[in-house]
Design a binder for this molecule. Structure first.
Ligand code: 5GP
Ligand code: MG
Length: 186
């Protein structure tokens, strides 16, 4: 697995430091007086990619929360370009009247966020905010509004820390670029 890596784009140490910063920001924004009222938050990782990021992030957010799940597929199998996003399953719980924070691994075409945000709003969430660990440097990503961004990255295909290629590499602790010959190899 490690022989497949071309280079480390973001090390696990940098990820950990940034995740703590994001958690501090999110905590502040969801605590009075910034966030008035009694409504609680629901954190919704968009699976499978956001699983690891969300797990690390929420352990630094010391406020009452529930967790809902949503599975969206946009890069099935060996795709390295979006095939269009579709919801494969959901276990959101009751989000009515709650502040929902959607967590995704990476913002690329924006298709996933544009699909999921209206869906959660329709279910009666009080507010819907979005947090992505990575945002690619391309117009479609920049033009999709999100509330929290971990890192801006070049428009390259990355894996690790939850992100996959053909469902592998999610368990790499760093965010990396794969060698050219790995992509396309069957
Ligand atoms: P979007 O819907 O914004 O095009 O892309 C979001 C989803 O596409 C992400 O949640 C992720 O599953 C997948 N994706 C986009 N770019 C990459 C990438 O560089 N690497 C991997 N592994 N997945 C990506
Ligand atoms: Mg995803």
């Amino acid at each position: 697995m490690h022989g497949d890596i071309d280079r480390v784009l973001i090390s696990q140490e940098r990820i950990a430091a940034r995740v703590r910063e994001l958690a501090r920001e999110i905590t502040k924004d969801h605590t009075p007086p910034v966030m008035p009222g009694e409504a609680e938050i629901s954190i919704v990782p968009i699976l499978t990619g956001a699983m690891i990021f969300c797990g690390d992030l929420i352990r630094h957010i010391p406020i009452a929360m529930k967790i809902g799940l949503m599975t969206v597929s946009s890069y099935p199998g060996r795709s390295i370009r979006t095939q269009g996003s579709s919801v494969l399953g959901q276990q959101l719980g009751d989000v009515k009247g709650r502040h929902v924070l959607l967590i995704d691994d990476i913002l690329d075409s924006g298709g996933t966020i544009k699909l999921v945000v209206p869906l959660v709003k329709e279910l009666g969430a009080a507010t819907v905010k979005t947090c992505v660990l990575l945002r690619k440097d391309r117009p479609a990503a920049r033009e999709t509004p999100v509330d929290y961004v971990g890192f801006e990255i070049p428009d390259e295909f990355v894996v690790g820390y939850g992100l996959d290629y053909n469902d592998y590499y999610r368990n790499l602790p760093d965010i990396v670029v794969l060698k050219q010959d790995v992509i396309g190899r069957s």
